[in-house]
Ligand binder design. Sequence first.
Ligand code: FES
Ligand SMILES: [Fe+2]
Length: 349
Amino acid sequence: MTHVRNVWYVAAWEQDLPEAQPFAITILDEPIVVYRSEGRLVALEDRCVHRMAPLSLGRCEGARLRCMYHGLLFDPDGKVVEIPGQELIPAQARVRSYPVVEKHSWIWVWMGDPARADEALIPPAVGSDDTDWFLGCGQLDYAASAELIHDNLCDFSHLSFVHANSFGATEDWAHTRPRVTPLARGVRFERWVPAQKGMRAREAAEPVDAWSAYDYLVPGVLLMKSASYPGGTAERLGFAPPPPDLEGASGVTFTSQAVTAMTAKTARYFFSWGPHRDHGDEALRDMLMGIAGQAFGEDKAMIEAQQRVIDATPNPRVMPTSADKGVTLYQRLVERLAREEAGEGRAAA
Ligand code: FES
Ligand SMILES: [Fe+2]
């Protein structure tokens, strides 16, 4: 699998990390323990140097973590500071420590060179601390590779078929193409789907023009704003993006989503969704999250089934269509960034 390492991966929702309760997750095949204790947020290799017991079964002692097999005590930087019954602590007695940051309701872990970790590279997701939005949150584990989920999220033509029931998406989603723009660290997708009755507006009598715009950023973070406008707006604007102050917007929502590759064939999918405070309340948030729960279950069923077919195929080959422009752009971006990192690694060695 090709992955970018010098990038922030979502490891958990902040509320899933209570004080002094170590949390385990595997990212890019590396077992990691995350904990917060006495104001410190720490991410370490989840494998004791002594006999490889998971430190996530350990006990927080102040900002330190004790392995609860034979009691080695680790500093937040991964260094062993105590071996019960032994004076000498070998110099190599340390586990890897990872840069870790809490932001936008997520715990982010930097999987690459710690010296390159830059908080400015954390994608501008919207967290529950942003009072402009009423957001619900959820997550799903996939028995499929993260790449298949990236492909899914970079091509919404599947909405017409996978999500006809949940999102109420019409076939227009498959028959129209978004405007796709490469970004330095992702791909931007923008589109009008005119005369819609789906989504929030399913109860509306008059069809509306649905606008949606999202960025898909490495290593798999989707940030999307959606809104509806009176029918005819898209044509009047010549299908250009609606100016931020354009009158008549309804059903304005935001979703942040993150795909984290755990192993080659497993991934965790984190998502939030909800209305802008001027366009809804907690009740609408809960209704949208109910729809999202159904819709993301539809994606999971299709993608896991797709993975099983790929695994049973000797030389799997795909045949891209014109709907795959964004998929291909994102794949090429990841390959290029991974290649650059490999080149830098060789130069440094
Ligand atoms: S395995 Fe951790 S102290 Fe023995
Ligand atoms: Fe989907």
